[in-house]
Each structure stands twice: as structure tokens, then as C-alpha cells.
Design a protein around this ligand. Sequence first.
Ligand SMILES: Cc1cc2nc3c(=O)[nH]c(=O)nc-3n(C[C@H](O)[C@H](O)[C@H](O)COP(=O)(O)OP(=O)(O)OC[C@H]3O[C@@H](n4cnc5c(N)ncnc54)[C@H](O)[C@@H]3O)c2cc1C
Length: 427
Amino acid sequence: MKESTFWLETVTEWHPSSHALPARVDVAIVGGGYTGLCAARELAQRGARVALCEARAIGWGASSRNGGMVLTGLKSSASSLVKQLGLETTRDLFCLSLDALNYVEQVIRSEDIACDFRRCGHVELAYKRSHVAGLEKEAELLQTKFRHPVRLVDKARLSEEIGSPLYHAGLVDEASAGVNPAQYVIGLAQAAERAGAGLFEGVRVTEISKSSDGSFALTTSQGKLRAEHVLIATNGYTDRLAPWLQRRIIPVGSYIIATEPLPAEVAARLSPKRRMMFDTKHFLYYFRLSADNRLIFGGRAGFMPETPSTVRESAEILRRGMLEVYPELRGVRIDYAWGGTLGFTFDLLPHAGQTPEGFHYALGCGGHGVAMLSYLGACVARRIGGETVDNPLFALPFPTAPAGLYRGKPWFLPLVGLYYRILDLIN
Ligand SMILES: Cc1cc2nc3c(=O)[nH]c(=O)nc-3n(C[C@H](O)[C@H](O)[C@H](O)COP(=O)(O)OP(=O)(O)OC[C@H]3O[C@@H](n4cnc5c(N)ncnc54)[C@H](O)[C@@H]3O)c2cc1C
């Protein structure tokens, strides 16, 4: 088993052509994942001078390591969001998620990015019989209040969706899509560069200060850079560079294993419609097939950000989870295991806006960031460019923990993990 990201094996190595940082740009972007790259492309298309600084390699963060599920909705179900935010705001946010998906599709088509993007739909699977009622309620809300077509599949017909006896029902949403995440992020980088953005790898931004003329002075590992605007696009990898954001974003590890390629008839049995699949547990499993028929099986095996030892431990936990879903895969080789860090927020919502020091940002989303953060990167870019952008997220307050209890080290994650494990046991 290789402890590396399977998706990266499917892309030809690519690096941006920019080398020396310019002295001054209109917009400096920190972070080279979907958020930063979509923003860079939009800004450069509008004629802005852009420098995107990525500490490692383009796409090094969650954007090359995720499950490639381009999903409708947000991390929290619409039913729980209605309790948190009311019906109107939830409807607005759900519509925003559909806009985000359309945006991703439109960028991929217009830039001709070969990344296996397919509107294959997703199915959310009830892990316990008691979870079926929650899916029924969600289906009714989406159908009647949001006029969004979803379908509940009962246990008797679930074999049309999944070759596993484990689950009790499934909520199917045909609008969701799947993508090869690494091919998508490299395709975005190439598109941003074609549009005229400067992309710089191996450039860590270590400090940003505001000058008396209102511009920003960035100190980086490769020298100084001055910019009229700054966008922080570091999501789960946000550090002390932006303390206001660091107090609001919680880095959480998520892990994935990939099997060897499966025979076509086995793949067709496991996932007859090749959908994106995830279940209703807090410690959820999420899984799908790759283009070459590997089962890509992920989960929140632990909550702490990834390290080599958590990847190894998680791979074994995930292998057992995979066999719980698909006992017939006993004996199938696991070829790859990897982890990545995603960004959670205290209200589980995505957030976009401007910090008190004037940095623009877009982050959060948990495991729902492929579509939403691509789109939010673009929305923030348009806003920097002076356009009026109608986005309900710009109006939402961005909470942190009370009384300075959180400064960026997620000391409480083991407790949260334990709490969710107990909930998974009893609910
Ligand atoms: C294992 C896993 C599975 C997931 N599965 C899904 C899924 O199936 N569907 C879905 O919608 N979402 C999923 N997600 C979430 C999704 O991948 C993320 O929300 C999204 O990729 C975040 O993109 P981003 O550009 O904001 O951040 P990232 O892609 O994480 O990029 C942030 C970048 O910032 C750089 N950086 C940090 N600090 C600095 C600095 N000081 N200077 C310069 N650069 C810096 C980092 O090196 C990093 O490359 C998953 C995430 C993980 C980890």
C-alpha cells in the first residue's frame, strides 16, 4: 500500500511557468487550491494583476486529496439548517449550492478541463433503521419547500443503487456530480495561468501588514510583495498568518483508501449507477468508484489533522469499514491510503467576506467544499473587482468560540470525536 494520494497518479506533473515574484500586484492570493485558483482566474480575466502564493505545490492541500464529490447542499442537512437559520435563509443557501455546482460545470466545460466530471448523482444512505425518518423529512423539505427533485429509495429497491445489504434506505439527488479532484485542480491552475494570473509555488506568506496608503505588504519565503487586496484561501491549512480567521476555522482530518482496480462486473454490482455515496453516521463513510474502477473509500476515521501515523491507523479502520459495507471485497488489495485537512467552522457553514484588517476570505464547508469553495473563490474575486455580488453568505456573522477558548489548536477535537461516537452508538 502506498501512503500517497491516488488521484495524483492520474495527472501529468505540471508546474506554473511564473518564477520570480513581482514587486507589486493588484491582488495577492494566499493558497493554491480551488478557492485561490478560481479567484485568480476570475480576477485575471477582468484584467487584474494577480500573484497567487502557494507554500507547497499547486493543489497540495485538500483540493487534490478529496473524494471528488461535487454535491448539492451543505455540510448540515437542510432540515437542521432550517432550525438554525430559518426557512428563507436555508433556501437561499441551498440555491447557492446549486449555483456552485453549475459554476464548476461551466468552468470545466468552458476551459475544456479533462477531469471526468459527470452528473452521476449522489445517494445518502441510512446506516440505521432509525435514520430513515430523517431522510424522509429531508426529502419532503427539499421537494415541497425548495422544489428540488430528490427521491427516497426504500430497502426493497436499494439494490438498484448499491450492492450492499448494510443500509436501510437511500436519498437520491441526481443533480450532484463526481470529478477527479486532482485533474480538476491542475486544470483550474492552467486556466488561471492562461487568463494571465501569476502562480507561484514554494512561496509561503509569513506576514501581512497594512501600509499607510491602504495597500498590503506581504512578507514571503521568496521576498516582499505589495498588493492592493489580499485574499486568504488557506481553509483547513490556515495558520497564524491570519489570526482572526485561525480562531474561526477548525482543521479536521479526513482519510481515504483506494483499492486495486476492480473487475467491471464487480464495480457494476457495488455501485450500479456509479453514484457518489455517503451515509448518515457522524463518523460517516463516503465512497465512489474511480474511472478505472477502484473503490475510493473515505471517512473521518479520527478527527485530528493528518500525520503519517494517523494515515496508517486510518487506513486499517477504513478497510474494516469498507468490508462492513462490501464484505465481498475481502481479499481485495488496498493500493493507496492518504489523508488531508478540511476546514470546519463553529456553525458548520461556509463563510466568505472580509476580516477586520481587510483581508478577503472564503473558507469552511467541511467535506462539501469542492463546489462551494470554487464558487466562493469566484464570488469574492468579483467583489474585489468592484462588482455587486448577491451572496447570502456575505451577510452571515462568522462565529468563534467564546472567551478566547480557541486560538487555532483544536484541543477539543478528541472530545468532539468521542461525543459523536456516542451519538452514533445510541441514535
Ligand atoms: C480527505 C478529504 C476528502 C474530501 N472530500 C470532499 C468531497 O468529496 N467533496 C467535497 O465537496 N469536499 C471534500 N473535501 C473538502 C474539499 O477538498 C475542500 O473543501 C477544498 O478542497 C478546499 O479548497 P481550498 O482551496 O479552500 O483549500 P486547500 O485545497 O486545502 O488549499 C489551501 C492551500 O493553502 C496553502 N497555504 C496555507 N498557508 C499558506 C501560506 N501561509 N502561504 C502560502 N500558502 C499557504 C496550503 O499549502 C494549501 O495548498 C474533502 C477534504 C479532504 C481532506
